[in-house]
Design a protein around this ligand. Structure first.
Ligand code: GLU
Ligand code: ZN
Length: 307
């Protein structure tokens, strides 16, 4: 199950096709891209179409077209999680044979009534599979990890120790399960993504260890938020404009603390990236984890004053 450790930096961007890319997702795409390219590394793209009810038809293709319009060209084959169920199941069964999983019939409501976090209610009940979620026994919880930007990150004990769901009651594979198997199989050496995923990282590290797979480095970029909420369609984050990638790309570089020259505002994507790759400085990226963005007046997409 252990894949050989790659010698070369390999990063990735893993969008969920729940809608078009907006400024918030561009930060993760661009940050992971620059972190890889500035080290002559590979940059892969994985479509996280794990949860069909939350998908928007056409969104995956839309996202990929936007990445191309923004000059963010990926290496190798695209990976679609929807085509990897067999692999997820194989690993799940491996754990089940080792007695590491169990069936849980608790509803969200029941868990909420018991205090909100799952504390192993069904662990030793030997419940049937029918209509059950599959949980993993958290035998070696991880409480903290080193993040290359955020520093030492600690999570609540109860969260780290939770027997989390690896396969949902509706049969869908859980994000934490899929993402770790995919990152392992793709030989990802560093995970760069938004700071909204800081907490699940401890669960993912626990899975890497369980799989005896090399653990990637972690780097969580500041999250662009509006009124304290992650940018999303729901709070009117404008979709990116494929015909004019320059301004948003420039602003994304500025958001990441990279000080792009004002003359390059509105330059084409290729020209901006040609500047950004050799000039990428991780130490300039603000630590976040959240940065308020006032896009209501679209000031983030306006031309900066030329100095
Ligand atoms: N698919 C996740 C998202 O769009 C990102 C997963 C990851 O980068 O690990 O929020
Ligand atoms: Zn239960």
């Amino acid at each position: 199950m252990n894949t050989t450790a790659p010698d070369r930096y390999t990063g990735r961007f893993a969008p969920s096709p729940s809608g078009p890319l907006h400024f918030g997702s561009l930060i993760a795409a661009l940050g992971s891209y620059l972190q890889a390219r500035s080290q002559a590394g590979r940059w892969r793209v994985r479509v996280e179409d794990l949860d069909p009810p939350r998908e928007v038809p056409g969104a995956a293709d839309d996202i990929l077209r936007t990445l191309e319009a923004f000059g963010l060209h990926w290496d190798g084959e695209l990976v679609y999680q929807s085509r990897r169920h067999g692999r997820y199941q194989e690993i799940l069964e491996h754990w089940t044979r080792r007695g590491l999983t169990y069936h849980c019939h608790c509803t969200r409501k029941q868990i909420a009534a018991r205090g909100g976090l799952y504390t192993g209610h069904c662990r030793n009940l030997g419940l049937p599979a029918e209509g059950a979620a599959v949980r993993l026994k958290m035998t070696a919880p991880v409480y903290h990890f080193h993040d290359r930007l955020q520093g030492e990150v600690c999570v609540a004990e109860r969260l780290a120790e939770e027997d989390f769901i690896v396969r949902r009651r509706d049969g869908l594979y859980a994000y934490n399960l899929a993402v770790v198997i995919d990152d392992m199989d793709a030989g990802i050496t560093e995970v760069v993504r938004g700071a909204d995923l800081l907490e699940p990282t401890v669960r993912q590290i626990a899975l890497f260890r369980l799989l005896k797979a090399p653990e990637p480095a972690w780097l969580h970029l500041p999250l662009a938020v509006h009124d304290g909420h992650k940018l999303s369609k729901q709070n009117h984050a404008p979709p990116l404009d494929n015909r004019a990638p320059g301004p948003a790309l420039w602003q994304a570089l500025a958001f990441l603390g990279q000080q792009p020259p004002a003359e390059l505002f509105g330059a084409g994507a290729a020209e901006l990236l040609a500047w950004a790759v050799p000039n990428w400085r991780l130490e300039r990226v603000p630590k976040g984890p959240q940065i308020e963005l006032d896009y209501a007046d679209s000031s983030h997409f306006q031309r900066p004053a030329l100095s």
